[in-house]
Every structure is written in structure tokens, then in C-alpha cells.
Design a protein around this ligand. Structure first.
Ligand code: GCU
Length: 681
């Protein structure tokens, strides 16, 4: 098997003798109750995993016997003498939660996985396997877990010609030409991987949508994918191009208040649900970056979203309406536009609309302060959009562990309902009582042999899923789980590589965008450095717009003396950001334009501090290389070599970033590089 294809589900043999024995005992005889496709998926997974983990073919029965050692059954299906041991924990389980508990029946210990639904059982089964992979004891277990967020979603930005917008791991997984008849095994493995971390929704197509996906020919293909994913608890969503009624419906307008348009979307929704009864709904990018939307007809986001929501409501479908909007008309500060356009509509969206907000107000930068919309729309379902694909973080070439970034955003305190109003609490509805909650990640998956291009990109997919399930998890713990399941349980490997992963995010910030700098990427592809003036027509596409460096200093003034974007935050947050003395230094140049000799907290001048950050980023990558070099004994030769080559590129490019940015900014600061910062080669 190609290294990396099996992801974190490669089920390596348990070489700890004691645990192997105890797992053998726990799996002597399995009872998996039920007949559905989901139950079959559970059995398939056990049949795949156990022979590899324990070198034994499991015996799986459909009834509970005295000798059954592992029982997997919904609460309703459990024999009553077992069921009665579960009364206490079941109330808060929800539809997708599960319990894994060791119980005693007479003298026999049995491990029971139970849930209200079969999907809960599937999640519980994956957890049992994960515990084994991580060498955790299965004895004396009483584990109750359920997702804190309802919609845990991947957004694929896949085009119908199989190119992927901002995708760096090959072409799209979806082979539209061979669908619907040809079901690639990869679709099943993809669904398994998602289910193993609790992802329960996928949008198949690019947000820059092609209306063709809504035509009967494509819907047949979507149906085949939806059917493949259904046993794994995954609902399919499609991106809906707002002008589809014109492009594929033959109408003259797409005005959301026009009756013909309303009818067209209603009929389209009915048609889709007749093919795909568990269809999730539409994901819509409207009036952003040239995409059509209600504003083309002098209508607003509410008119557009609610019109579609009404079409989907009879089928329990959702509209996920994106808040990533900015236009040339509002160019004084692009960071302000989404909040200005959406917050006045709080309370106006129908209950089956979710507004999907990127984690920060610009665009998936290596570091951004949290988006001011979080917590600012208490009567709206606000959903998170993270990017898993690394558009601005070195594509699939640089090793950057993204759950660290996600965690930073989730922990950020919005103060919208007083201290402790974290983004995580906004998202899971616990702060403001939202009824539907969601978290989406723009997928980093393609048809590369290892799915994500960089072997460590798999950790971002894994970590995203884990945090969507529970946004309070610790990113370091997630790295630990992923490393154990993917590579090795050896502490001599885990400790240094975990350290490497959790520091990698700060490294990329240091060598690309330190101290709050942002969007100084080469325009268009967003890969390498390009802080200089570009040829692009719109001001906010030009990197100089973001750093505003001149002889007096550098940074974007977003305080009241500048664009006043800080006013969009709750007062304590705005006050903190407004004063350069209290503004966290990692956001300094995001919010302030400061002189080159401004004194940083450590006493250094801004110029020297900036230069040293760039150097630090380079040094951190060198350290990552050193660490990886020592890891030969723990990973396959191919994977060692692969990561080694990638780190060589990352090191070269970290220096490229340092040199390009410092040489360019030096033309303004007109100062020497401080001691310790290498001169450009
Ligand atoms: C970024 C990205 C685009 C994408 C857009 C979006 O601007 O560069 O490729 O379409 O975000 O999120 O809609």
C-alpha cells in the first residue's frame, strides 16, 4: 500500500504485548446488532482493522451471547439486562453521541458501545479503534462523548473539470465523467476517514459555482456520491450559483423576489430531494469577487438567502450563506465590509439559514485577529469557515500544523456577552442560544496518493474534524493522537515531532507575516512574498494597501485615527486593540501604523524586532529539519525522504520570504539589519 493512503486509519499491529493481549480479550467475540448499511460499515471497519491491529480475524455475530465480549448496539436494540446499566448517561447523548462502557454481567466483563442511533455507533466504533491505536486501556472504560457542533463540514472548492481552486493535492476526487456508475473505492475511504473524526457534511463543489451542477445529468452523479456517503452519516451540499435560473433555467432574471425565480428554486429543491432524500442544502457565495447575487437586482442578502431557505425548508434543508464579501466600492478598509453588510440584518434570516464567516476579516492569513462578526449577531446562526487547504501558508509544501491556528481563534474572547464570550461558545450556541450550529473547513484533499500532498497536511484534516466535534479540544493533544495513529507510539518520536508541529504555525507567521503584517503575498497565486506594488487594478488587491510602509513607518491604522475597524469589536476588545501598548504584539501592524523606531515590549525598535522575527522563522525551520533528520527509525524510508525534501524547500523559501521582505522594507526604513539577522544571499 502506498505510504500515507491509509491516513490515520492504517491500523498498525499493536506491538505492546500486554495491551495486545488485553485487546484480544476484549474482542474475543463481537456482537454487532442491526442490519442497515451503517451497521455493515461498522462490521467492515472491524473486519479491516482487527486483523491488522491484532492479527486475528474477528468473529462477528448479530446477537448478544454469553461469550460476547464487545457489544455494539443502539440503546433500543440492547438486551434489557444490559440496557439497564445505561440509564444515567443517555439524556445528553443527542443523535450522534455514543457511550463506550465496560460492564459486568455475572462474572464476565463486556465492553459495550451504544448510542441512540447507528451513526452514534459508527462514531463509537471508530473511537474504540482509535483508543487501541493510541495504546489506551479498554478496561474500566466509561466514556461518553457527543459532538458540540451540529454541522461539521468540508467545503471542497472543486470544479467540474476536476481542477481545484486553491487545491494543492492533485485534482478533484470527484470523477464526474465516470459517475454515477463508477464508484471509486476512494469515495468510500474518504467517507470512512470523515466519519472517523465525525465530519457529517460535505459541499462537493467550488463556492465560485458552476450552475451545471444543478442540472439533471450532474444531479444523478451527485446522487451516487450521496448514496455512498450516507451510511457514514455524511450529507451532501452543493454550491448554488445565484444566477442559475437564468443560466440553466431559461429565465430572464434571478431576482429573488420574482415569482418565477422563487418557483424555479422551489422546483429545483423538490427535484434534488426526490433524488437525494437526505440532501443537506445549498452553500452560496453571492455578491463577492464578481459572483452574482441579490444585489444585482437591488435586493439584499436576506432576500437572497431567505428565498432559497423557503425552497429548502419543506425538506429540512439549510442555506449556508457566506459572509466573505468585499468590493471595490467600499475600499477604505476591506476588513470592515462583511460586518457592515451583515450585522444590520441580525434576526432577519430564516431559521434554516446559517451565515458562514471566515475566521478573520481579511482572508485566511497565517494570523488574523478573530472576525468581529462572531458574537455580534446573537439572533443569527453564525457558522465558522476555516481553511484547511493552505492558500496563504505555503500550499502543500510547507509543514504548518493548522489546528494551532484554529485553536487560537476558537479561544479568542469576543467579550460580546462579557468576559469569557469565546468564539467557541458563539459557535456551539452555548453563548447566545443558536439552534443550528456549524463549522466548515475548506478541504485540502485531492487525488494525490496521500490525499493532502504533504504527509503532515493529513493532520490538518484530522484536527479540523476533531475541533468541529469539540471546539474546546487542545491542539497539542490532537497532534498527539494523530501522530500515534499515523506513525508511531514511540515517545522518542512523539515528543519531538509534536513539539515540531505545535511550533510550526508560529514559524510560518515569523517568516511570512510577523507582528500583524498580512496579505503581502505575491498577488494571484498567494504563494511567495510580494510586498511590492502590483499591477492589479483594485487597491485592495495590492499588497501595499495592507502594509502601507513608507519612510515614517509601517502598518495599517485601523484605530479611530484610521479606518476605525476596531469599532466593530466589543468595547473592551476595541480598547485593547486601539492602544499599541495593550494591543497584543502579534497584531500590532494589523491595527497600527507605527514608526520604524517604535519601541517594542522587549525594548527593541520595530525595525530590529521585525527583522529578528523573520530570522527567527528561518531558524525555526532549520530546527524542524534537524528534528526530522533524527526520525528515520520511526517512519518508512519513503515518508522520511518525502518530508525531508519538503522541509528543504520550506527552509529555502523561509529565507526567500525573509530576504524579499527585509530588502523591500529596508528601502523605507533605511536602516541596517541588526546583529543576528543574516544578510540576504
Ligand atoms: C479567496 C481565494 C479565492 C476564493 C475566495 C472565497 O479570495 O483566493 O480563491 O474564491 O477566497 O473564499 O470565496
Amino acid at each position: 500500500q502506498t505510504p500515507g493512503y491509509d491516513l490515520w486509519m492504517n491500523y498498525k499491529q499493536i506491538d505492546n504485548e500486554k495491551l495486545n493481549k488485553s485487546y484480544q480479550k476484549a474482542t474475543t467475540s463481537l456482537a454487532v446488532l442491526g442490519k442497515s448499511e451503517t451497521i455493515q460499515a461498522i462490521k467492515n471497519e472491524l473486519q479491516l482493522a482487527l486483523p491488522q491491529l491484532l492479527e486475528k480475524q474477528p468473529e462477528i455475530k448479530s446477537v448478544v451471547e454469553e461469550r460476547s465480549s464487545l457489544i455494539i448496539a443502539t440503546l433500543d436494540a440492547l438486551p434489557s439486562n444490559i440496557k439497564k446499566q445505561f440509564s444515567a448517561a443517555v439524556d445528553n447523548l443527542g443523535d450522534e453521541g455514543f457511550i463506550i462502557k465496560s460492564i459486568k454481567i455475572e462474572k464476565n466483563t463486556k465492553l459495550v458501545v451504544t448510542a441512540h442511533t447507528e451513526i452514534g455507533l459508527l462514531y463509537g466504533t471508530f473511537r474504540v479503534l482509535a483508543l487501541m491505536q493510541q495504546l489506551e486501556e479498554l478496561t474500566n472504560l466509561n466514556l461518553v462523548d457527543s459532538p458540540k457542533i451540529d454541522i461539521r463540514m468540508l467545503n471542497h472548492w472543486d470544479n467540474l473539470d476536476r481542477t481545484v481552486e486553491r487545491g494543492y493535492a492533485g485534482f478533484s476526487l470527484w470523477n464526474w465523467q465516470k459517475l454515477p456508475e463508477y464508484i471509486d473505492q476512494r469515495y468510500v475511504d474518504y467517507a470512512r476517514a470523515n466519519a472517523s473524526i465525525g465530519i457529517n457534511a460535505v459541499s462537493l463543489t467550488n463556492v465560485n459555482a458552476n450552475a451545471l451542477i444543478l442540472t439533471p445529468m450532474y444531479l444523478e452523479k451527485v446522487k451516487a456520491l450521496a448514496k455512498t456517503f450516507r451510511p457514514y452519516g455524511i450529507k451532501v451540499y452543493l454550491t448554488a450559483r445565484f444566477s442559475a435560473p437564468i443560466e440553466i433555467g431559461g429565465l430572464e432574471t434571478a431576482d429573488p423576489l420574482d415569482q418565477k425565480v422563487i418557483d424555479w428554486w422551489q422546483a429545483k429543491a423538490d427535484e434534488i430531494y426526490s433524488l437525494i432524500p437526505n440532501f443537506g442544502g445549498f452553500l452560496v457565495k453571492a455578491n463577492s469577487e464578481g459572483q452574482p447575487g441579490p444585489q444585482n437586482y437591488d435586493r439584499n442578502h436576506v432576500d437572497g438567502a431567505n428565498m432559497m431557505a423557503k425552497a429548502l425548508a419543506p425538506h429540512n434543508g439549510n442555506v449556508i450563506w457566506r459572509a466573505f464579501v468585499y468590493s471595490e466600492h467600499d475600499a477604505d478598509d476591506r476588513a470592515k465590509q462583511a460586518y457592515s453588510e451583515f450585522v444590520p440584518y441580525d434576526g432577519k434570516f430564516l431559521p434554516n439559514v446559517l451565515v458562514q464567516v471566515k475566521n478573520g476579516a481579511i482572508d485566511f492569513q497565517p494570523r488574523e485577529p478573530f472576525h468581529p462578526m462572531f458574537g455580534a449577531m446573537p439572533k443569527t446562526h453564525i457558522m465558522m469557515e476555516f481553511q484547511i487547504t493552505k492558500e496563504y501558508l505555503g500550499f502543500s509544501t510547507h509543514l504548518v500544523y493548522l489546528p494551532k491556528l484554529y485553536e487560537e481563534v476558537l479561544e479568542a474572547d469576543t467579550y460580546q456577552e462579557g468576559k469569557g464570550s469565546t468564539v467557541a461558545k458563539v459557535l456551539d450556541g452555548s453563548l447566545q442560544g443558536q439552534q443550528i450550529t456549524g463549522m466548515a473547513g475548506v478541504a485540502n484533499i485531492g487525488n494525490d496518493l496521500n490525499w493532502t500532498g504533504h504527509p503532515f497536511g493529513q493532520a490538518d484534516w484530522y484536527g479540523f474534524g476533531r475541533l468541529a466535534w469539540d471546539p474546546y479540544l487542545d491542539s497539542e493533544k490532537i497532534a498527539d493522537e494523530w501522530l500515534r495513529m499515523t506513525f508511531s507510539n514511540d515517545e522518542k518520536f512523539i515528543a519531538p515531532i509534536k513539539e515540531m508541529m505545535v511550533t510550526s504555525r508560529e514559524a510560518v507567521v515569523n517568516y511570512m507575516n510577523p507582528l500583524g503584517l498580512h496579505h503581502i503575498f505575491d498577488t494571484g497565486h498567494h504563494y511567495g512574498p510580494g510586498p511590492w506594488v502590483s499591477e492589479l487594478s483594485r487597491p485592495e488587491w495590492n499588497p501595499v494597501y495592507y502594509h502601507q510602509a513608507d519612510e515614517n513607518g509601517i502598518g495599517f491604522d485601523r484605530t479611530p485615527s484610521g479606518s476605525n475597524a476596531t469599532a466593530q469589536y466589543a468595547q473592551p476588545v476595541a480598547e485593547m486593540f486601539n492602544d499599541p501598548k495593550t494591543c497584543p504584539e502579534e497584531y500590532l501592524l494589523w491595527f497600527h501604523h507605527l514608526p520604524w523606531d517604535y519601541q517594542l515590549k522587549n525594548g527593541e525598535t520595530l525595525w530590529n524586532g521585525l527583522a529578528k522575527k523573520y530570522q527567527k522563522g528561518v531558524n525555526q525551520v532549520a530546527k524542524m529539519q534537524e528534528t526530522w533528520n533524527q526520525m528515520k527509525p520511526y517512519v518508512s524510508a519513503e515518508q522520511h525522504k518525502e518530508v525531508n525534501m519538503l522541509l528543504t524547500i520550506q527552509y529555502k523559501e523561509a529565507k526567500w520570504w525573509r530576504d524579499a521582505c527585509l530588502l523591500y522594507f529596508q528601502t523605507f526604513s533605511k536602516q541596517e539589519l541588526p546583529v543576528g539577522v543574516e544578510k540576504p544571499e
